[in-house]
Design a protein around this ligand. Structure first.
Ligand code: 9G3
Length: 577
């Protein structure tokens, strides 16, 4: 490919809305363009990268026995009603009607469609397990599409669904996918970490892991342990209770006037106590009830843990009026003692506290010397708090560290949620009808590309890992007016392409500085400069984008030297190499 003919319009200025480096660099390098909010076109360079990632995914899925198919993007509402999800996902589900007024959705994911497919065709245990996957556009009407390819409304996903006879079969399928994902992200040159995660609204029986690319720009917070291998999304991370033992004798509960002190900070300052003496009482509303959630003053509530514990679809802090009705006080003065008509959910640590401070359910008033068990009881006691770095690992004696990550893949054990709702059954060895046991496994293809840029760039541009680079090398004749230089450049270019090194030639009549800048921006792993030295001394300069190393190589050896670097780096990228 000649750069003069390549449709890769580089930009000097990018729109201010591009906040993260991957978005900025892909726009600048002429790899993507925005068509609408959260909707992008892939230009030829961008699409080459996407195709490389897809190819790696395809190879690893096929190796595990995955069979590729293509499910429809337009999905009938009836299937979503069967699973019960038509009404669960509100505005996020892109909905449309056909000319007859029938309802459809643009596929945000394909559990319904594939369960319906398989239930129609699979009768016997002999046809299981099945691993079926596709690589296709998905649609989700995100409230805030942003960060370019990271959170689009149209995005490319690889989604695989496993159908097994039983839980043991699912465990095997899940492990296969877990291993395949580790290979895929390794091959893409990413530093990643599988973390335990919360299954969220998709529900299901078993575990789930997210594959996180470690990057400061990541939206997800994770904690991990270097002593053992525990790693979890903070939403899911298990807290080890650390009771505060003051050795104090139990004292009489007493009311104190605390005018205007509502926040933990204000109350602790007013009463000259530490936040670990306080019980925070938060009033929440779900779709069915109002509850009071208690955590120690020095802890934060984890709403996801609370929501899972309650089994609710919705959870939000109650408004001022509800708080007033339930507690008889303004927001900031709620406490568990004497609270009536609602369930009290306490964090494990709270029940170990002694002589604590809480709101008095009376405006401008708190209670001191509140003792759990004596002054109030909890309807549920569980881990409902956030974990922080520095706390003890829940699996070993180590301390937790924290990092940020970009979720590029997720594996789920669904169990029988969908097969039950939609009636996906098979006949076992004894002719008995059983529900299929399912798993689902996704990879965000565009996100994987964006995450790779977040991890692989410098001030000059992108630094592609060899396996996903749009081209392996660029050949740059310094002066295209010099016929001899041009001739030698073409000779190397042809020889490289002939031997399978994907190469472009920058044949533009531009100053060398411009060409070098563009080469760095686009991020070709190798740059071959053909200049006056090539003509006079028979040598070219080979620059390695990642290390910055420059070596001088004879014209006749150039192609074989480069071919070897490319082959070596591709081989090294293979796990277990
Ligand atoms: C929806 C909408 C948004 C959604 C979903 C459904 C996320 C939804 C979870 C998954 C789970 C797995 C297959 C591949 C691996 C991940 N956002 N999820 O189900 F209707 Cl609008 O998609 N699906």
């Amino acid at each position: 490919m000649k750069i003069s003919e390549l449709y890769a319009p580089t930009l000097r200025e990018v729109p201010a809305e591009a906040e993260v480096i991957s978005h900025i660099l892909m726009l600048r390098a002429g790899m993507i363009r925005k068509a609408a909010s959260g909707v992008y076109t892939f230009l030829p360079l961008g699409y080459r990268i996407i195709k490389k990632v897809i190819q790696i995914i395809r190879e690893e899925m096929d190796k595990k026995g995955g069979q590729e198919l293509m499910l429809p993007i337009i999905q009938p509402a009836e299937l979503w009603m069967e699973s019960g999800r038509w009404h669960v996902y509100g505005d996020e589900l892109f909905r449309l009607k056909d000319r007859h007024g029938r309802d459809f959705a643009l596929g945000p994911t394909h559990e319904e469609i594939i369960t319906d497919l398989v239930k129609g065709d699979v009768r016997s245990y002999k046809q299981l397990p099945l691993l079926l996957y596709q690589i296709q556009n998905k649609y989700r009407d995100e409230r805030r599409p942003r960060f370019g390819l990271m959170r689009g409304r149209e995005f490319i996903m690889k989604d695989l669904y496993s159908f097994d006879k039983d839980k043991e079969g699912l465990d095997i399928s899940y492990q296969k996918m877990y291993d395949a994902y580790s290979r895929i992200f390794t091959r893409c040159g990413l530093k990643f970490r599988p973390v335990e995660a919360d299954p969220g609204a998709i529900g299901g029986s078993g575990g789930t892991h997210e594959f996180m690319v470690v990057a400061d720009s990541g939206e997800a917070a994770i904690v991990y342990c270097d002593t053992c291998n525990y790693a979890a999304n903070v939403e899911k991370a298990e807290a080890v209770p650390v009771p505060v033992d003051t050795g104090e004798a139990v004292k009489e509960m007493q009311e104190v006037h605390t005018p205007g002190a509502r926040t933990v900070e204000q109350v602790t300052e007013f009463l000259h106590i530490g936040p670990e003496k306080l019980i925070k009482t938060l009033i929440y509303r779900t779709e069915t009830e109002t509850v009071a959630a208690l955590v120690r003053g020095d802890r934060e509530i984890n709403e996801i843990k609370l929501q899972n514990l309650l089994g609710s679809v919705q959870l939000e802090l109650a408004d001022e009026q509800t708080v007033q009705e339930i507690t008889g006080a303004a927001t900031g003065f709620a406490g568990p003692a004497g609270l009536q008509d609602i369930r009290i959910i306490a964090d494990t640590e709270v029940m170990e506290m002694r002589n604590a401070v809480t709101g008095a359910n009376k405006t401008d008033t708190h209670m001191i010397n509140v003792n759990p068990g004596r002054d109030f009881t909890a309807d549920l006691t569980a881990d409902i708090r956030m974990v922080r770095a520095g706390e003890k690992c829940p699996r070993c004696e180590g301390a937790l560290l924290e990092a940020r990550g970009i979720e590029v893949g997720q594996v789920f054990k669904l169990g029988t949620k969908y097969s039950e709702a939609m009636g996906a059954k098979y006949l076992d060895e004894n002719g008995k009808e059983k529900l299929m046991v399912m798993g689902c496994y996704g990879i965000g293809v565009g996100r994987t590309v964006a995450a790779s840029i977040e991890q692989n760039h410098d001030k000059d541009g992108i630094i592609w890992p060899m396996p996903i680079a749009p081209f392996h090398a660029v050949v740059i004749p310094v002066s295209v007016k010099d016929q001899k230089q041009t001739e030698l450049a073409w000779q190397i270019y042809n020889s490289l392409n002939d031997s399978g090194v994907e190469t472009v030639i920058d044949d533009r009549n531009e100053r060398p500085g411009v060409k070098f800048k563009d080469a760095d921006l686009i991020g070709f792993p190798l740059r071959v400069v053909v200049g006056s030295k090539t003509v006079e001394e028979g040598v070219v300069e080979v620059k390695h984008r990642r290390t910055g190393d420059i070596s001088t190589v004879g014209v006749n050896e150039a192609a074989s030297v480069i071919r070897k670097i490319v082959a070596d780096e591709l081989a090294e990228s293979m796990p277990g190499a």
